[in-house]
Design a protein around this ligand. Sequence first.
Ligand SMILES: Cc1cc2nc3c(=O)[nH]c(=O)nc-3n(C[C@H](O)[C@H](O)[C@H](O)COP(=O)(O)OP(=O)(O)OC[C@H]3O[C@@H](n4cnc5c(N)ncnc54)[C@H](O)[C@@H]3O)c2cc1C
Length: 347
Amino acid sequence: MNSDCKPLANYPLRERNTLGFEVVAEWALPITQAEQIPPAIRWAKNAGLPYRTLGGGSNVVLPAQLPGLTLLMDIDFIEVLENQAAKTRLRVGAGVNWHDFVRWTLDQNCRGLENLALIPGTVGAAPIQNIGAYGVEVKEYIDTVEAFDCQTNQWVSLSNKDCRFTYRHSVFKDEPNRFVITAVIFDLPKVWQPRISYADLANHFANRSIDAITASAIFDAVCAIRTQKLPDPKVIGNVGSFFQNPVISNQQLQSLKRQFPQIVSYPESATHSKLAAGWLIDQCGFKGVQMGNVGVHDKQALVLTHRGGGNASELLKLAEQIQRKVKETFGVELVIEPIIINGSASL
Ligand SMILES: Cc1cc2nc3c(=O)[nH]c(=O)nc-3n(C[C@H](O)[C@H](O)[C@H](O)COP(=O)(O)OP(=O)(O)OC[C@H]3O[C@@H](n4cnc5c(N)ncnc54)[C@H](O)[C@@H]3O)c2cc1C
């Protein structure tokens, strides 16, 4: 194995997980070129080691000792494949910082991704949970995902349909660690309409004519709203929303509304609605609660926090208490959003 494919032993990941846990990877390899991936996976397989991919670490809960090989995705390029009357097609390396990419698209007059500003992490991780915010999901703009398939040992191009995107979900979550994503191809149509139906954005632009709203103004508004509402991971460790908003049948919603008239919900489909998980947690009295070194954020109950000295098991104990109380009170299951990586298992 040549030197740029040689994994590094006992690699510290404190700076590469936004919860800020003290984590040491048994082996880690910074990946700057796709060609490094096949020999690295072969090396892990031959050694009988588990392996996984890490982007910015903003949606994972890592154990103190991370066994096996961790690929650190640092592939960094943005390529304009097409710039035509109807759309701009971009191919972007998996290691590019997501927010920097969104800002870059706007600088190039490409619109569409502005509602997804300030989401931490990398471009390569964006398809994993089909990142979304303020009424927009990234799946709307993804044409193709390029990846190495660790199961078949082949390079693959997955179409948007192959990715089986749904709310905070995709084929990559169904088949964890099968694909190492190296690049994503985005199509940004030239025809553009502001998307400001979400309450915070609608309030922000309440006095503005829709024709006067630019993509840059939405980008600025999203950044301002998010900065106000969410803790900055550089200051307080967190992974954003810790739970998904539960989707329930409209029938169940009606019966919950009789008991809890203030319950916050949004239509999801003709038959189902989404509940605001933060509201459910808040009602159970967890907002601002601190349990040892971990806690629930005092402004946004959906965000669990770590202020130093804590670890994954402490955080997961708190999460479990919240899940139990919400289930007892509302009869609703809260599903954890970040990927939990177990210290002993291959994920
Ligand atoms: C303050 C804050 C706010 C957030 N707000 C939002 C939000 O509004 N909407 C939203 O959807 N998410 C949000 N998140 C979650 C997170 O930012 C996203 O899920 C992001 O896409 C994760 O990117 P990452 O590079 O940090 O991924 P990581 O945390 O490193 O990895 C997440 C998962 O993706 C896998 N993975 C990463 N890169 C690759 C790759 N190249 N190939 C294959 N697998 C890979 C990992 O193995 C892991 O399973 C927020 C997080 C924080 C801390």
